[in-house]
Design a protein around this ligand. Sequence first.
Ligand SMILES: Nc1ncnc2c1ncn2[C@@H]1O[C@H](COP(=O)(O)OP(=O)(O)OP(=O)(O)O)[C@@H](O)[C@H]1O
Length: 264
Amino acid sequence: MIKFEDVEVVYPNGFRGLSGINLEIHQGEFVAIIGLSGAGKSTLIRAVNGLVPYTHGTLSVGETVVDPKNKSKLRKLRSKVGMIFQQFNNVGRITVLNNVLIGRSAFTPTWRSLIGWYGHQDKEVAFQSLERVGIVEKAYNRAAALSGGQQQRVAIARVLAQDPEVILADEPVASLDPPTARKVLGDLRTIQRDLGITCVVNMHHLDLARDYADRIIGMRDGKVVFDGPTAEATDSVIAEVYQREVSAGDQLAPEAEVSSKEPG
Ligand SMILES: Nc1ncnc2c1ncn2[C@@H]1O[C@H](COP(=O)(O)OP(=O)(O)OP(=O)(O)O)[C@@H](O)[C@H]1O
């Protein structure tokens, strides 16, 4: 589904952000990317939707080769590859519903989405997406008035509304407190399991990667240094990835009993 063939990223200043990446991520997998700060996790994720252009090799999503120079092809690709960020990227002054409707832009003529004129069916999809992340009752609140966990759910609902095949998440829970972080990852996992959407998530915390992902990819210095099922990512394997012992600081918090539908 997502295929990296000898992919390399050299940034304009000459820094090699990724080198020799060969990976296949299959439809419906939940993959966590781990590694120390600067390992290349964001670069890897952002290469998939062309936010960071790759400079060598071939990167494809399904049948589509990612071509960062071809804007219309990129727009089409991004309609199928949703992305969520640490800082939510909602429009704070408009309602939650209107934020989610932005996810319907690819299905709406540009002039209509610019004036916020979405059809009945788009609204239906937006409400279903909000329901899936448990915040439908916030539909008419201003996004800025929500808690961090709720705002990240708005971002997830917006991505869901675009009917994606893949969700890329770049440190989606780094700004959230531990129980809320777990609820948001729980939502993503439910979406992956119920809808078969591939989730590729960057994480700093090893316990979260182990609790939510099917597969862990470990990175160091722009290279993949571990790739395997979560059960194989033992402390000694991760110590190799980090080039140091795993410590308490690599964990977020002990697992708490959380419901994915509670407001966070
Ligand atoms: N635009 C850029 N120009 C030059 N170098 C960059 C650029 N963006 C990132 N880098 C460098 O590429 C390397 C990988 O960065 P990246 O953000 O992918 O790491 P990361 O593993 O996601 O780190 P973190 O966990 O701190 O976000 C780092 O050394 C970073 O300084």
